[in-house]
Structure formats: C-alpha cells, structure tokens
Design a protein around this ligand. Structure first.
Ligand code: PMP
Length: 381
C-alpha cells in the first residue's frame, strides 16, 4: 500500500479539507454579489485580527510579489533603503532594491544569529533611509527577528517606513501591526495560513499610504496600491481579476483562525515548536538558530557529522514525510522542517516517529522512541 505523504516543508503547508473544498467550488463572476460580500468580509477580518488601522490588500501573486509591492509603493529611484538580513530571504531584498535604482545598505548577521537592535539604531542614525526591511522569520535560517523591539526603536525614526516580511511568520508568530509600529507587513497564502500558494496579503499603515500618495505616479502598474485601493474598499469594482477561489480558500482559513482564536494559535505554534525542537535535539540534530531567537514556524536542523543529506531525506520521503534541504552554505548539511499552519497533535507524533525511522535507517545513532516520548510528554503537560 502507498504511504500517505505529509507535507512538512516550510511552505506550502498542509491544506485542510475545508480549505481545499473552497478551491474546488464552481468559480463565479468576480462581480457576483455573494463573492463581493465574501471578499469584503475577508478584508475586514484581516484588518481587525491583525490590528491594522490602515489598509489591507489581498492580491494574486506570491510572497516575492509582496516584497516588491512593499518596496515599490514607498520608495523612489535614488532613495536609501536599509536591509536587515538574517539569511537568504533577507538578502533577496538586495537584488530587488538594487534593480529599482535604490541605494542599498545591508546589515547582516551570521546565519543563526540576529543583528542586534542597537546596531540597527546606529545605522539608521547615519543617514536618512526611506525604508527599512526586516524578515520576521528567515526561512533559510529559522531565525525570528525581534520585530516588536525593532518597532519600538523605530519610533526614533518616523521618516523611515518599517517593512516586515511575514511570509514565514504571519498567523504563526505573534504579529500585530499597530501595536508593533509596523508600516507594511506582507505574507503569502501558503505558509501559516495553510492555503495553497498564489496570494499575497499586505497590511499597510496610514503613514505608508501617505508615503505612497507623496510619490505621485510610480513606474509599477499591477502592484500599485492606488490601483487596488478602490477594489479593497469595494470589491465590486474592477482593476485586475481577483483569484476568486483562492480568496474563498483564504476566507475559510481565516474562519478557522477565528474559530481557534489568534492568541491560541500563537500559543499552539509556540508549544508545538518547542516540543519538536527539544525532541529533535535529543535525537542528535542541532538547531541552527541560537536559543532566544528561534522561530516557532519552522526548525532548521543541522545533521550530526557524517550524515548523508540526500540519503536521509530520501528515506524520510519513503517513510512518508517531505522536508526541505538547507540553503546556501548549509546545502547538504541541514534539513528544514515546517511546523506551521493547520497541523495538529497527530501530525507532530507522526512526524517525529517518521524522522526517527529515517534517521535509524540512515545509520544515525538514534534510540527509537526517544523523540516520540518527548513529544508525548510535551503534549500531555
Ligand atoms: N520571504 C520569506 C521569508 C520566504 O520564506 C519566502 C518563501 N519561502 C519568500 C519571501 C518568497 O515567497 P514566495 O516563494 O511565495 O515568492
């Protein structure tokens, strides 16, 4: 019999049945009154849940489009941008901004560590930056940036738009836009929301909307906030065809989040992450992110000396779990395990047990049941 495959890469994440059902619905006209009502409610829910007194945009496109949209709407050619990078996805902003003719300064950390907030403050004092980017969870390192603390510090620099990449964080890591002083937060549908890939959502402060206005006409067309704003206020209007079924799928994901409670969801992510991380450490894997800034949405696990990455991940797939490989200097030395979105206790027990079987078969020195016991204890405590 074929073994069921659990999708435990850091996005796309498992898509719950009720969300899949929304994607299977018969597509309607984007002007259909029932759809317009659904879209409107979705935007309102996203605003309220994440405490955003500004605007919310739900657009067809991936997380990378969210990055580009954020930058395009608050900067103009020749502006200075500060990029705080904790890995591969932080670095993605460098090329993106350079191509737009922005002057880029980068503050990078060693992989697994963070750039200290004081260091960011010192850099911001050097010159006027139109915007600053911080990746909440860099998927390449599993490092979680102290976005609230940075937001507090940003009060000293009101001229700089604070952009947070929440692609691997939003709906898993604690995030509230107004409370944290974030000007633009964006994410993708395929991560902690547990929807299929294809949507990017942005939360934009009034300050960032004012900045957009001050720029006049921008070179970008599809990703211009001013083109989409009338539609986000009244989805009966047209600018570009909305991804009807994905919008429904996201609405169902939001319904599930409301049913669970966002605070409970944050707590579940934290609890599950810490349980999994201690079980995986007990099996001999090393967590790349240093203690104190470990993400709750995924874990990046460095192999014990001598482990063959291709063999281990091959066996893991055979045993029924898909994980991702390491990026950059960690390719072949690490695997990345997502534990975000709509996953439950059954998934956790099954994932750790499967990792044990694969590690055992790969010749690692693991005691079968050791990780499972830690997860079981963690779940009943
Ligand atoms: N930022 C982060 C932190 C990500 O993890 C990813 C995707 N892994 C992206 C941006 C890019 O998103 P997408 O692949 O949806 O374009």
């Amino acid at each position: 019999m074929k073994t069921r495959k659990l999708l435990m890469i850091p996005g796309p994440t498992p898509v719950a049945r009720s969300i899949q059902d929304q994607m299977g619905r018969e597509t309607v006209a984007f002007g259909d009154p029932a759809f317009v009502k659904d879209f409107k409610e979705l935007i309102e829910d996203l605003k309220v849940m994440f405490r955003c007194s500004g605007e919310v945009f739900v657009l067809a496109g991936t997380g990378t489009m969210g990055m580009e949209t954020a930058i395009a709407n608050v900067t103009k050619r020749g502006d200075n941008v500060l990029i705080v990078s904790h890995g591969f996805f932080g670095d993605r902003f460098i090329d993106l901004c350079t191509r737009k003719g922005l002057n880029v300064d980068v503050l990078s950390s060693e992989w697994g560590e963070i750039v200290p907030v004081d260091k960011i403050r010192e850099k911001l004092k050097e010159k006027h930056y139109a915007a600053m980017t911080v990746t909440h969870v860099d998927t390449s390192t599993g490092v979680c940036a102290p976005v609230a603390e940075i937001g507090e510090m940003m009060k000293e620099f009101p001229e700089t738009i604070y952009i947070v990449d929440g692609v691997c964080a939003t709906a898993g890591e604690v995030e509230y836009i107004d409370d944290m002083g974030i000007d633009i937060l964006f994410t993708g549908s395929q991560k902690a929301f547990g929807v299929a890939p294809g949507l990017t959502m942005l939360w934009v402060s009034n300050k960032a909307m004012e900045r957009r206005k001050s720029l006049g006409t921008i070179p970008e067309f599809y990703i211009d906030f001013e083109k989409w704003l009338p539609i986000m206020h009244d989805p009966a209007k047209y600018f570009g065809t909305p991804a009807v079924n994905l919008v429904w799928a996201l609405k169902e994901a939001v319904r599930l989040i409301k049913e669970e409670g966002l605070e409970n969801r944050y707590a579940r992510h934290k609890k599950y992450a810490r349980i999994m991380q201690s079980a995986l450490e007990a099996l001999g894997f090393k967590i790349l992110a240093k203690e104190g800034h470990r993400a709750v949405t995924l874990s990046n696990l460095v192999y014990p000396e001598g482990t063959d990455d291709a063999k281990f991940r091959g066996l893991l797939a055979e045993e029924g779990i898909m994980v991702a490989g390491g990026l950059g200097a960690y390719a072949g030395k690490m695997f990345r395990l997502g534990h975000m979105g709509n996953i439950d206790k059954h998934d956790l027990v099954s994932v750790i047990a499967t990792i044990e079987r694969a590690a055992y078969r790969a010749g690692m020195n693991v005691e079968l049941g050791k990780g499972v016991a830690i997860v079981q204890k963690g779940l009943v405590e």
